[in-house]
Structures are given as structure tokens and as C-alpha cells.
Design a protein around this ligand. Structure first.
Ligand code: JHZ
Ligand code: ZN
Length: 411
């Protein structure tokens, strides 16, 4: 089934063990414009494997990063109030804990539209964003966040350090999964970081992905799926330590924030998380062995629900033209025969179509205009925020369907 099994992106070891294939799917963020509808969207294999050497979970395919994050990237961080609040709290926490001020230098990797770094302005902290996505970098500059429009690695780290000095803080949220040349990226962070500085890295936790069946968060942009165990091995290779771990169960289906530094100072929380992963078996293949069957069951269950509603004459729309929504619809094979449209707040996505399945994307207001009977929440990670916004739709009898962890119509 797997014709090429590459070496591990972290430890370089051979012997990656594939455990899940989602078939061939189109690129999750490559939304389709009206004039491309008659073309067939390119699709690539989406196979997931475990590394027995360092416990890193990763996909086998490597679509060129330019194609993923420069050519067709419409993800803007600023469309979720929850995420904006989370970013502001992170900045305030760092400023307080590390006494950051005008003498400090903070770099964010994948700074997107400046949603996080702009929170440092009231504290007078010097900031620099790094993001290769042109529209997002332009939006960040507009918001007053200086941004280098390049991919990050050792070479860029050296240039930034030569020009601005070492970084007291490096922030990398939801980007370490996006990096094909992982050791160049982490090596770059080590190069740029001051000896007493801290790196904070956030990423969804692979244990939550597996335990809660969040298979839709697997797509070609996400090369890797992390545990504390695999992050610990990765940073040690670059002379750094995983010193502390925080857990945000409600962010993107379960997110960890790893604190990494050049001095070893391992907190009780970090030790506890590593021990918890050991006890759960996250560092062994057996943990992943039945995941494919569980994903297949989730697929049938959701398809059965949608087919039943449709057979009863219901109209169904979806919420969130998220990358994970693209995996979900393409893996299920659900298109316009089931879904009338998808709504999304992101104005860049409106007027386009979901990859592969070509369901049209409309503004959120379409829910009240059309009042579909059901709305499948593709951006289920923001369910609470969405439910709070959509009170009127629900008052009028509209119902939301949560696809993950198990398909459920929300009463
Ligand atoms: P969202 C993102 O994945 C992007 P995605 C990225 N690939 C990543 O790594 C993970 O997060 C962690 C919209 N929306 O962010 C905005 C509303 O319309 O969950 C987005 O288009 N109304 C970097 O793309 C989409 O939904 C709202 O009220 O899978 C959510 O996409 C809210 C809150 C969001 O996922
Ligand atoms: Zn490995």
C-alpha cells in the first residue's frame, strides 16, 4: 500500500510504521475559485506513520511548502475571538513572568496577520514576525508588526540575530507541524535564542487527536503530530530542554504549550506529562494500531446520520471552511448532494469552494437567510464560540451537528 516510506523527519531513523491512510485528498487550504470549477483538483496521498525511534507521528507525503503556505493560503488567525483572547493572555503572561520591556526582543514564527505580536505594543517590547504567506504578512505590517516574509530556518536565524541580536522569547504557535525540514527549523530557534531566553511552542497534542478521533486535523500542511515525548527528543538534539508544559484542552481539540530553553530546568508539570504519555503508551506503536478502524467507524457513523437526515427531507449546511473541514468532506465523500453551502467569517474564503467537493462558501449571514434544518460544524474546535453567535438560528429551530469525537446532533 505504501510505495515509499521516507526516513523520520526528526531522528532520521528508518522503519516508520504506517498506521492510517486517508486515501488521496486535495490540499486542504487550496480553496477553489469559480473559474477553476471545471478542473480536477490535484490530490495527494495522505498516509500517517509512527517512528519507533523517537515517537514522532508524521505523514509520508511532502508537498512543497510554497505550494501549501504561499500560493493558496487563506488562513487568517484573527477570525476567532477565542484564539485572540488566548494570544493576548499568552503575551500578558510572558511580559509578567519574564519582565519584558523596551530592552527585550521577541520573535514569532508564523506570525500570520500579527494577531499575537501586536499585543506587545503597549509594553514597548521590540517584536519581529516571520511568515512566508504574503497576504498575512501584509496584514501584519498594516497592524504595525514588522514581518520578514520568508520561511524560517538556521540561515534566516543567523541573519536575524546579526541584525537584531538574540531573541529573549521565540513564539511558534501552530507552525512546528507545518515544517518539513524540522531540524533546520529547531536548529534555527536554537541559533536565535539568547542563552537565558525561552521558546514557547504550541501545537495540538497527538494524544488528544487519537483519543478523540480528530482524524480531520490530518492534512498535508501538517507534516507532524506531536507528543511531549517526541518534542523532548527533538529539542535535546539541538542542545535544548523541554522545561515546562501547559495544557489547553479546549483549544484546537487539545493543545500543548511547550516551554523550551538552553538551560535544564524541568518543572514538575513537564515530568508529569512525560510520565502520563509513558503510562498511556503514546511512545509505542500499539497505541496507534487500531486508530484506522476507529476512523473508519466514525466515517460510517457520520455518513449514516447525514444520509438519514437527508432521506427525511432535511436541508443541511456546514460551518467553517477550515482545513480540517476539507479533510472531513473529502474523506467522507460528502459534497453538494448533501450540503447546500458552507459558511465562514473569513472574507478571503467567501465566494470560493471547498477543495475536491466544491461546496460553495458563503458569509455566515446565509444561515439566517436560508435557515437550513441542520448545520454540520466542520470547525468543531470553535463549537462554543459558534453556538454563542448563532442563538437566533437555533431559536428558530436550526440544529448543529458536531462530527467529532462522535457524531451528535446538539439539542
Ligand atoms: P480553524 C487551523 O486549522 C489553521 P483549520 C492551521 N492549519 C492549524 O495548524 C490549525 O488551525 C491548528 C472560521 N470561523 O482555525 C474561521 C468562523 O467562520 O479551526 C476559519 O476559516 N466563525 C494553521 O483551518 C474556520 O472557521 C467563527 O466564529 O482546520 C476555523 O478554522 C470562528 C471561530 C471561526 O481550522
Ligand atoms: Zn524519529
Amino acid at each position: 500500500m505504501y510505495d515509499r516510506v521516507p526516513p523520520c523527519r526528526s531522528c532520521g531513523g528508518a522503519g516508520l510504521k504506517p498506521f492510517l491512510s486517508l486515501g488521496k485528498t486535495p490540499l486542504a487550504d487550496a480553496l477553489v475559485s469559480a473559474d477553476q470549477l471545471d478542473q480536477v483538483d490535484p490530490a495527494f496521498p495522505l498516509d500517517v506513520a509512527f517512528c519507533p525511534g523517537c515517537a514522532l507521528v508524521q505523514i509520508l507525503e511532502e508537498v512543497p511548502a510554497e505550494r501549501l503556505f504561499v500560493d493558496n493560503y487563506l488562513y487568517f488567525s484573527s477570525f476567532s475571538d477565542h484564539l485572540l483572547r488566548h494570544a493576548r493572555e499568552h503575551v500578558d503572561g510572558l511580559v509578567a513572568a519574564r519582565g519584558l520591556g523596551p530592552e527585550s526582543f521577541v520573535v514569532e514564527l508564523a506570525s500570520n496577520d500579527g494577531y499575537l505580536l501586536r499585543n506587545f505594543a503597549p509594553h514597548g517590547v521590540r517584536v519581529l514576525g516571520v511568515d512566508p504567506a504574503p497576504d498575512q504578512a501584509a496584514a501584519a505590517r498594516e497592524a504595525g508588526v514588522p514581518t520578514v516574509e520568508e520561511f524560517f530556518g538556521v540561515e534566516l536565524a543567523k541573519r536575524i540575530r546579526a541584525e537584531h541580536g538574540p531573541a529573549d522569547v521565540i513564539i511558534a504557535n501552530n507552525v512546528m507541524a507545518h515544517v518539513p525540514a524540522l531540524n533546520d527549523f529547531v536548529g534555527g530557534m536554537a541559533e536565535l535564542l539568547a542563552d537565558d531566553g525561552v521558546i514557547t511552542v504550541e501545537n495540538p497534542w497527538v494524544k488528544d487527536l487519537v483519543d478523540h478521533g480528530e482524524f480531520d486535523t490530518i492534512y498535508h500542511e501538517h507534516f507532524c503530530y506531536y507528543s511531549c515525548t517526541s518534542v523532548d527528543a527533538l529539542v535535546r538534539r539541538h542542545g535544548m530542554y523541554l522545561n515546562h508544559v501547559e495544557y489547553f484542552p479546549d483549544l484546537h481539540g487539545g493543545t500543548l504549550r511547550w516551554h523550551i530553553g538552553k538551560r535544564e530546568d524541568i518543572s514538575a508539570d513537564a515530568r508529569r506529562m512525560l510520565a502520563e504519555e509513558r503510562a498511556a503508551g503514546v511512545a509505542g506503536f500499539a497505541y496507534y494500531a487500531d486508530f484506522a478502524d476507529r476512523v473508519e467507524d466514525a466515517r460510517s457513523e457520520l455518513l449514516t446520520l447525514l444520509d438519514r437526515l437527508k432521506a427525511d427531507g432535511a436541508s443541511i449546511a456546514a460551518y467553517g471552511a477550515a482545513a480540517k473541514g476539507s479533510t472531513m468532506l473529502n474523506y467522507l465523500g460528502v459534497g453538494t448532494e448533501i450540503l447546500d453551502f458552507v459558511v465562514d467569517r473569513n472574507t478571503w474564503k467567501q465566494g470560493k469552494f471547498m477543495p475536491g467537493v466544491h461546496v460553495p462558501i458563503r458569509p455566515v449571514e446565509a444561515l439566517l437567510e436560508e435557515q437550513p434544518d441542520y448545520v454540520l460544524v466542520l470547525a468543531w474546535n470553535f463549537l462554543d464560540e459558534i453556538l454563542a453567535q448563532q442563538d437566533e438560528y437555533r431559536q428558530r429551530g436550526g440544529r448543529f451537528i458536531r462530527p467529532v469525537p462522535t457524531p451528535e446532533v446538539i439539542p
